[in-house]
Design a protein around this ligand. Structure first.
Ligand code: NAP
Length: 257
């Protein structure tokens, strides 16, 4: 597995120790990466506590991915501290609770806009900020997190499924755009894992129960397995892979019934 010694990464989307972005942070930091980790307002304490557990001290910065000024500030701080960037992890997603409970046909214009802005457009904004820093390193790797709800209907996933479809299309278009600069863009499509974001989807436990019954591996995946797969896509072992959605879901996606 790729050694990340001397590599610098930016991790966006850590809320707490259960966050998939934190699993990716751990998988890369364990292999020697130095990280910058961002938090959304209320999570500052949690993220600082987690960052303090890493062997190589991490830079901890605020970032609301809906605000271009905060994104710009993050990249200028990262550039000052690291002098470039080797990888970026995008693990932010949001849909207002009412959009996930009301019938899908009632999805509001504003709810749709917010879900797609925070969960999909933000990957473009972050990639744009990362590009000059990655070009200083002769290339880089970007990984985002998606879910099978982009292609199939899952209970109460609703506008988030639409946002994930947009996110996966964004991965492909970005990959084509930044590939000539030797920057790769991929997604990990994770099976259900109990996190804060997952708790916002009512009936999530019914999704969690179906995987051990139907997935080829007869179990759910663990956050650490998502972290390892993302580390593969971020590191040199996947140098020839871009524009890809890697399924890390115990094989659930191949099942018909
Ligand atoms: P999580 O720990 O709750 O992480 C999601 C993070 O996104 C939270 O820190 C959340 O903060 C943050 N976020 C929301 N709006 C933001 C904004 N405007 N700016 C910056 N950050 C913002 O949950 P997670 O499950 O690890 O989610 C990470 C990614 O994995 C998401 O894209 C999710 O859709 C995806 N995913 C999750 C699963 C699963 O089963 N858990 C499966 C497949 C894919 P707030 O809490 O403040 O909103």
């Amino acid at each position: 597995m790729t050694d990340f010694t001397g590599k610098h990464g930016l991790i966006v989307g850590v809320a707490n120790k259960r966050s998939l972005a934190w699993a990716i942070a751990q998988a890369t930091a364990r292999r020697g990466a130095r990280l910058a980790i961002t938090y959304q307002g209320r999570f500052e304490d949690h993220v600082r506590e987690l960052a303090a557990t890493l062997e190589i001290p991490a830079l901890v910065l605020p970032c609301d991915v809906a605000l271009d000024a905060e994104i710009d500030a993050v990249f200028s701080r990262v550039d000052e501290a690291f002098g470039g960037l080797d990888f970026l992890v995008h693990g932010a997603a949001f849909a207002a609770r009412e959009e996930l409970t009301a019938p899908f046909v009632q999805t509001s214009r504003e709810g749709f806009r917010t879900a797609l802005d925070v969960s999909a457009y933000s990957l473009i904004a972050l990639a744009r900020g990362a590009m000059p820093l990655m070009q200083k390193r002769g290339g880089g790797a970007i990984v985002t997190l998606t879910y099978l709800g982009s292609e199939r209907v899952f209970p109460n996933y609703k506008v988030m499924g639409v946002a994930k479809a947009a996110l996966e299309a964004t991965v492909r278009y970005l990959a084509a755009d930044v590939g000539p600069s030797n920057v790769r863009v991929n997604a990990v499509s994770a099976g259900p894992v109990k996190t804060l974001a997952a708790a916002g989807i009512s009936g999530f436990s019914s999704i969690l129960h179906v995987y051990p019954e139907r997935a080829p591996l007869r179990r759910n995946v663990e956050a650490a397995e998502v972290g390892e797969a993302a580390a593969f896509l971020l590191g040199d072992d996947s140098k020839g892979v871009t524009g890809e959605v890697l399924m890390v879901d115990a094989g659930f996606h191949v099942t018909g019934m």
